[in-house]
Write a protein that binds this ligand. Structure first.
Ligand code: TYD
Length: 134
């Protein structure tokens, strides 16, 4: 796995009643969280993402189900299978991401370092490659 992909193990705080994961700023998540969203009920065969961000950083975790995330910094590409509520991936700025193979039950929870700003998106792959200088 390249330096581009940082997997984060969320320690499960389980007891005999079941499991719990706490996502805490500057402990499990390396930025101040300004926004939380989740992607769910993704239709069969649908892939999402296909963009990078200029500034935004995100941590993504499938709290149920799974999906495959492709990360690309313009030089290297890495795939991560998000298939556990205790495994997250940190997506830095200027990383192209695509999400594929959502299971029907998948809930992909995303913690974001910034509020929603369409101007922060790079939605064209050639623009992305130009910006990262490859
Ligand atoms: P988009 O980021 O394009 O989804 P994907 O994860 O597939 O790349 O977002 C889909 C739509 O939702 C788009 O019209 C923008 C809107 N949106 C918001 O309004 N707020 C948000 O926080 C997010 C993530 C998306």
């Amino acid at each position: 796995m390249s330096d581009m992909v940082t997997l984060i193990d969320f320690p499960p705080l389980g007891d005999d009643r079941g499991s719990l994961v706490s996502l805490e700023v500057n402990k499990t998540v390396p930025f101040d969280i300004k926004r939380v969203y989740y992607i769910f009920a993704t239709k069969a065969g649908v892939a999402r993402g296909f963009h990078a961000h200029k500034v935004l950083k995100q941590v993504a975790v499938c709290v149920t189900g799974s999906c495959r995330m492709l990360l690309d910094n313009g030089r290297d590409k890495e795939e991560v299978l998000l298939d556990s509520p205790t495994k997250g991936v940190l997506i830095e700025d200027l990383v192209w991401r695509e999400m594929h193979d959502f299971t029907p039950d998948c809930v992909l929870l995303v913690l974001a370092s910034e509020r929603y700003d369409e101007a922060d998106y790079i939605r064209n792959y050639d623009d992305f490659l130009r910006l990262v200088g490859t």
